[in-house]
Design a protein. Structure first.
Length: 432
């Protein structure tokens, strides 16, 4: 059992993933008693030992350790217990999409059921999970009312403030990005705003409704997805015209109203490949939003076609993908382009290997790849190398070791083309 503090204001953070644990630790170091809830008992045990289960988040380990020593952060695997002790509840449980790109609410629905069961009258509930517009009130607020018997806006308060952070710099982003806050009524907005002012010491943008706050977060992701799709479309056209897209971007973006993104082999992660479907599945099923998803998800297939045009069939060829993660220097395979590449290459009957220093061999196997160390002699037999995530460790690769490599596809336009070409290896990239 966790005991309720009699001196500090109490916060329950439901969901102790990368963002949830960081929020909990920051709150716990800024004057709050925090009860962190997560269904993963290993996560709970580590937090209660003063340790973070999240790596590559600068400052997080120290924050968790300090909060543990000060007895301001306690974890439990019971959402109901954590919520019952709190005056403020922050919800950061994922909403995903399934293989058919339909919204998957299973985890957050279960958490909201628990929140309703543990909720005390007068509590402020804030959702930070990215949601389709309308869900905070119409799906979750109503469910909390049903389970708790309390009325939102009167007996409990309801707000929405989307997380807007980036992996590997979450603490920094919490300090520097304005916190968008919307509420069911003025009282809810006021309570949430007062909380974030003290808990995060950040700037605030108060918006007129829950739906506006929800919409703003999804719109951020759609903006990026559309602009990346535009960059990819222009990159393919530039290739047809024998023009280097990297030069185009430098020249075009010297004009202050041009913000061309960089093209690449695809888009991954929890945000950009997922959240546009929150609009698509709610009616925005025509136009740039769904088209951009199609363009960006097609880049893996386009990359494979570029390889085949240069060296022919990939049947029985040894192909090594660098990076299981969706992007550089994180351990996160969600919607990684590597998963699309694996699917394409299996169809081509290639022999596929994956290297990623952030994952164990078992984890790579579980995601459908055959692990290959860069210290293994087998790299001498690799026919094709594909850079998918440009981890720090890959900056020092000696391509001389790939003695039989015919082609390197630089999916992130990061490698040294001249160096690779001097070795007699064909260099390919996206847009160059």
């Amino acid at each position: 059992m966790i005991e309720k503090s009699q001196s500090l204001p109490q916060v329950a953070v439901v969901g102790l993933g990368k963002i949830g644990l960081t929020l909990a630790a920051v709150f716990a170091n800024n004057g709050y008693k925090v009860f962190g809830a997560d269904k993963n008992k290993q996560v709970v045990d580590r937090v209660n030992q003063g340790k973070s289960h999240i790596t590559n988040e600068p400052g997080l380990n120290q924050f968790v350790q300090d909060a543990h020593q000060n007895n301001t952060l306690i974890a439990t695997d019971s959402n109901v217990e954590a919520v019952s002790k709190a005056n403020i509840v922050v919800v950061i449980v994922p909403v995903l999409v399934n293989e058919d790109n339909e919204i998957d609410y299973q985890y957050i629905d279960a958490a909201v059921q628990d929140i309703g069961a543990g909720l005390q009258e007068g509590t402020l509930v804030i959702f930070e999970t990215t949601l389709p517009p309308g869900d905070t009130q119409n799906r979750f607020g109503k469910k909390i009312e049903e389970v708790s018997g309390l009325t939102m806006g009167e007996q409990f308060y309801l707000a929405y403030s989307p997380e807007r952070v980036y992996s590997n710099r979450i603490i920094k982003d919490l300090q520097h990005y304005p916190k968008v806050v919307g509420g069911i009524n003025k009282k809810s907005v006021g309570l949430a705003s007062d909380f974030y002012k003290q808990a995060l010491n950040c700037k605030l943008i108060q918006v007129s409704s829950l739906e506006t706050a929800e919409f703003s977060k999804v719109a951020e992701c759609v903006y990026r997805d559309v602009n990346i799709a535009l960059a990819n479309e222009l990159a393919k056209f530039a290739e047809e015209k024998n023009i280097r897209m990297s030069e185009v971007i430098t020249a075009s973006n010297s004009q202050p109203f041009s913000h061309l993104h960089s093209p690449g082999i695809g888009v991954g992660g929890h945000c950009i490949p997922i959240y546009p479907y929150f609009f698509v599945n709610k009616g925005l099923d025509q136009g740039l939003t769904p088209l951009s998803r199609e363009i960006n998800d097609s880049m893996a297939s386009y990359a494979i076609s570029k390889i085949e045009k240069r060296i022919g069939s990939l049947e029985n060829k040894k192909v090594l993908i660098l990076g299981l993660s969706y992007r550089e220097d994180v351990k996160e395979p969600t919607k990684s382009t590597t998963l699309l590449l694996l699917e394409q290459l299996r169809h081509k009957q290639a022999n596929i290997f994956v290297n990623d220093p952030h994952f164990t061999e078992g984890e790579i196997i579980n995601h459908g790849g055959l692990p290959l160390s860069l210290d293994d002699k087998l790299i001498e037999e690799v026919d094709v190398l594909i850079l998918q995530a440009f981890h720090e460790e890959y900056k020092e690769i000696n391509f001389k070791d790939f003695t039989k490599c015919k082609l390197i596809l630089d999916g992130r336009n990061k490698l040294n083309e001249e160096e690779i070409s001097r070795l007699g290896i064909i260099y390919e990239s996206i847009g160059n």
